[in-house]
Design a protein around this ligand. Structure first.
Ligand SMILES: *Cc1c(COP(=O)(O)O)cnc(C)c1O
Length: 462
């Protein structure tokens, strides 16, 4: 049974999946009981499951399908590249046309001082590369004691050993005795949950000063870098107060510490500019990218390197002993080129900035009045709805996390993929979403919230 199609009945597909497939981030006991959802087709912002049900992909896959599903131009570009040169490596002073073309394209799209890209196959690998690169950088500079990387609790930087360690997910750390040494976590700028009596702006400054306190306590001579997502994604679309990034920059301005932006989600258009770093004026030394770079059509990522770091690397006389078999894979590079070409030709980033993001923000503003909603926030095409028992306080439901799961399941029944992060409902649609589709999404979320409220009352949870 090597070729399965959607002509197989769903329960047969589910049984086979349950027998042989270990899924990522999954409790397999409960998955076996409930059965997997089988997705068989994608088209624009829509998915079709094995029962023929159409579902709006409100998460753009895993935050990555910028141009929507099913674009045949990408399939054609990849097929053509595979016929020409399906694989060759980029080790040992070799290269090939697709990776050359892609590198030039990205250097042009990126802000001026970013002209060099190190290729990987995923966001996790990008962050592993970052960890090795910053430590190597400080060794070259003759400061081998600068090894500690400061990151934040509840950050997501991937799931490899380095990615998990850099990330601040305590449940992930608990499995596998992580983090590895040399990583220090500080508080996140999550005003809704942790802001207490402060205004968001006051809290943004206070959260940034956690960085200053950590540097002063550990010692600047031991700190290699501060690494952060411009907006935390998997942590719950945590949009920092407007005061946060300027204060981080003030703190780092006169300190000899690298700044790393994990733009695996915010890179390639999601915030209405090509890079989230320019939205927040972050000016990092390294930018980790992946996800939207190919719109998920094939796996690819990279680390975009600022000229001031690249200059150091070029004058070492030594070799950076790092790379992957698939660094700069030609078929993935062809997918990335085709994806970025579509985004440029069709003005996808301008569409986000001028049409989709304002529409999305308006839709969220209208949901904010709902009695279950404590806050509905967006930036670009990232949005979060905080579900709370009493909208006038920021207190949480007693069983924090259960309400989000209930809401997510109801949303799926209504044909909309929304993700639950504890009791925050997350949306991150394809960048090409149209005003009509946004209207459908808003109306559906409204119904889902009503039904979630009714279900909570039925279960005596509200
Ligand atoms: C998804 C994600 C990663 C990890 O990317 P993978 O391709 O899943 O390894 C890293 N950082 C951020 C911010 C992400 O959202």
């Amino acid at each position: 049974m090597s070729e399965l199609s959607n002509t197989y009945p769903t329960d047969a597909l589910q049984a086979l999946d349950a027998s042989h497939h270990l899924h990522p981030f999954t409790d397999h006991g409960s998955l076996r009981q409930e059965g997997s959802r089988v997705i068989v087709k994608g088209d624009g912002v829509w998915l079709t499951d094995s029962d023929g049900k159409r579902i709006m992909d409100g998460m753009a896959g895993l935050w990555n399908v910028q141009i929507g599903h099913g674009r045949t131009e990408i399939a054609d570009a990849v097929a053509a590249q595979m016929r020409e040169l399906s694989y060759y490596n980029t080790f040992f002073k070799t290269t090939h046309p697709p990776v050359i073309a892609l590198s030039e394209m990205i250097a042009k799209l990126a802000p001026d001082p970013y002209n060099q890209m190190f290729y990987v196959s995923s966001g996790s690998e990008a962050n592993d590369t970052v960890l090795r690169l910053v430590r190597y950088f400080w060794d070259i500079k003759g400061k081998p004691n600068k090894k500690t990387i400061i990151t934040r609790w509840n950050a997501y930087h991937g799931s490899t050993v380095a990615g998990t360690s850099l990330g601040g997910m305590k449940a992930m750390h608990a499995q596998g005795d992580l983090p590895i040494p040399g990583i220090h976590h500080i508080d996140q700028p999550y005003w809704f949950d942790e802001g207490g009596d402060m205004s968001p702006d006051e809290f943004g400054i206070a959260a940034a000063r956690k960085l200053e306190e950590a540097i002063d306590r550990i010692g600047e001579d031991k700190i290699a870098a501060f690494m952060a997502e411009p907006i935390q994604g998997a942590g719950g679309v945590i949009i920092p107060p407007e005061t946060y990034w300027p204060e981080v920059k003030r703190i780092l301005a006169d300190r000899d510490i690298l700044l790393i932006a994990d733009e695996v989600i915010s890179g390639f258009g999601r915030l209405g500019e090509w890079f989230g770093s320019t939205v927040y004026n972050i000016e990092p030394d390294l930018i980790a990218v992946a996800k939207g770079m190919t719109s998920g059509y094939l796996p690819m990522g990279g680390v975009l390197v600022h000229d001031r770091v690249a200059d150091v690397l070029e004058h070492t006389g030594s070799e950076f002993f790092h790379g992957y078999t698939y660094s700069g894979h030609p078929a993935c590079a062809a997918a990335a080129i085709a994806n970025l070409q579509i985004m440029q030709d069709e003005g996808v980033v301008e569409h986000v900035r001028d049409v989709a993001a304002p529409g999305f923000a308006k839709m969220f503003a209208s949901l904010a009045d709902h009695p279950l909603v404590g806050e509905a926030r967006t930036k670009g095409l990232l949005g979060a709805i905080e579900l709370v028992p009493n909208k006038d306080s920021r207190d949480r439901f007693a069983n924090y996390g259960d309400v989000g799961t209930i809401c997510r399941d109801i949303s799926f029944q209504h044909g909309l993929v929304m993700r639950a992060v504890r009791d925050s409902m997350i949306l991150s649609p394809p960048l090409v979403i149209t005003p009509d589709e946004l209207e459908w999404m808003g109306a559906t979320v409204g119904k889902v919230l009503d039904e979630t409220g009714a279900e909570l009352k039925r279960r005596n949870l509200w």
